[in-house]
Design a protein. Structure first.
Length: 477
């Protein structure tokens, strides 16, 4: 009989034993796939605990987090009410197969659907859950294809990001997410997003938005643009996938007239609008969903991330009744073992209750205005900040060379690397700063702080950013 394999045990967390960080990093290099993590730093930071707007390393150094897990933790780390809701669910009904029901799923679905009905002119719809943003996008593609008779072609935006599963990668503009995996036959046709800072000069934001819609509408003038047959009145394309504010694309904020004008074109040619709110949902922009700022009703809306405040993977879809009712989208049309899981829906339900008890619209818009004013003051001090913009607490600062326009990715990378050293000092106390990089040229620092961030913490963040710029310009590395 062969001997059983010998495994090196890692001692339980309740024992007074801790593997040194250096040894942990060596273990990570040897045993962990880099494919599911992003090694932008040569030695990724190991964090020990989190609370509110801060992450803490083993030395207890606070790192002010201005990206909150890619906008997944809108209510701050370790929110006591949501944590307690998860603990209660663990003790009561932690597991149940998806062919059965539990009250948290039903109540959360009703709360979300009723909000949509109220905000979208009485439009009735239903909620469908999954476990991650990409998975919800995949399910939305099935809903769209099913409803449109199997049409598989989609429009999407340059700079758009919808996930990294195969279907989501096909409608995500960045080629690097597809290049290792062969031909994508259903790759979307990518359309210009109204990005005024890098668009034509001499136009107002609204004029530019109008011109972008006109450019898109021109594709339907003749069959030779490849999307529309005027004689048969037929279009090959099923839907247009949009982010109201581009997330990974650098928090680009479109003109307020853009989506209402675009929706008229889509409706004219029978093309659905699918709105991706995975990053911008749950009051990031001052509305529960950012599309509410633009005065249009989507046909499908995809959400995730902050629904559970980052505590448990849960995502979902709202779709109009005609597209998702049981006669057209019957049981088993999609399936995921952990979709609508009870721990996730319990966390989501408590998150929605927290949102319902405070005027987050007013609070987020006020804090966002304060933060944006601070960024504009930094822009006046530092020529390398080429553009700042924001809607609610989704804000951006585009880092450029001294001309204020040419993208400077190297400087942006240096700033983020320095921020993670944890040696910035304010009032005699050391801090680190958690930042995220996005944008078409990877030169945009995107800010998604906790919605609960205080004005004092915003001031601290602005101080730390100011220090970072001065340090990186001085050293030049």
């Amino acid at each position: 009989m062969r001997n059983a394999p010998v495994l090196t045990a890692v001692k339980p967390a309740d024992e007074t034993f801790s593997i040194p960080e250096k040894e942990l990093l060596e273990m990570e290099k040897k045993y962990c796939s880099f494919g599911d993590t992003v090694h932008y730093l040569e030695e990724p930071k190991i964090f020990d605990r989190c609370e509110g707007s801060y992450m803490y390393d083993a030395a207890g150094t606070p790192f002010l987090d201005l990206q909150m897990w890619y906008s997944a933790v809108n209510l701050g780390y370790a929110h006591p009410r949501i944590n307690n809701a998860v603990k209660r669910q663990l003790d009561q009904l932690p597991q149940v197969a998806s062919q059965y029901l539990h009250r948290e799923k039903i109540e959360l679905s009703a709360m979300l659907a009723q909000h949509m009905e109220k905000k979208f002119g009485g439009e009735k719809g239903r909620i469908h859950f999954n476990v991650g943003g990409s998975q919800a996008v995949e399910d939305s593609l099935k809903i769209v294809r099913n409803y449109t008779g199997g049409k598989s072609l989609m429009f999407a935006f340059e700079g758009g990001y919808h996930g990294r599963t195969l279907g989501a990668s096909a409608i995500t503009s960045s080629y690097r997410y597809r290049r290792r995996y062969g031909h994508f036959g259903d790759r979307a046709q990518f359309i210009e997003f109204p990005y005024l800072f890098r668009g034509p000069k001499g136009m107002t934001k609204e004029e530019y938005g109008h011109e972008c819609v006109k450019k898109f509408a021109r594709m339907f003038e003749t069959e030779y643009y490849g999307v529309w047959d005027p004689k048969a009145q037929k279009c090959e394309y099923a839907a247009f996938y949009v982010e109201p504010l581009q997330g990974t694309g650098g928090y680009v904020i479109p003109p307020m007239n853009y989506f209402s004008e675009l929706k008229k074109v889509l409706d004219k040619y029978g093309i659905l609008m699918v709105v991706d709110e995975i990053q911008m949902g749950f009051y990031r922009t001052g509305k529960l969903f950012s599309i509410e700022h633009f005065g249009v009703t989507p046909d499908v809306l995809v959400f995730g991330k902050a629904l559970t405040n980052g505590l448990n993977p849960l995502s979902g879809i709202w779709a109009k009744e005609a597209m998702i009712n049981p006669t057209i989208f019957p049981p088993g049309s999609t399936h995921s073992t952990f979709a609508s899981n009870p721990i996730g829906t319990a966390a989501g339900l408590e998150t929605m209750r927290v949102f319902a008890e405070t005027d987050f619209e007013t609070m987020v818009m006020s804090k966002g205005k304060y933060f944006l004013e601070g960024l504009k003051e930094l822009q006046k001090k530092h020529k390398i900040i080429g553009d700042v913009d924001g809607l609610g607490l989704a804000l951006r600062a585009e880092i450029c060379t001294e001309d204020g326009f040419t993208p400077d990715k190297a400087m942006t990378d240096r700033m983020c690397d320095e921020a993670m050293k944890g040696d910035l000092v304010v009032n005699g106390k050391k801090y680190g700063l958690v930042l995220d990089i996005g944008g078409y040229h990877k030169n945009v620092i995107t800010f998604a702080p906790a919605l609960t961030i205080s004005h004092e913490e915003i001031d601290l963040g602005l101080n730390l950013i100011d220090q970072l710029i001065r340090r990186c310009q001085k050293t030049g590395f």
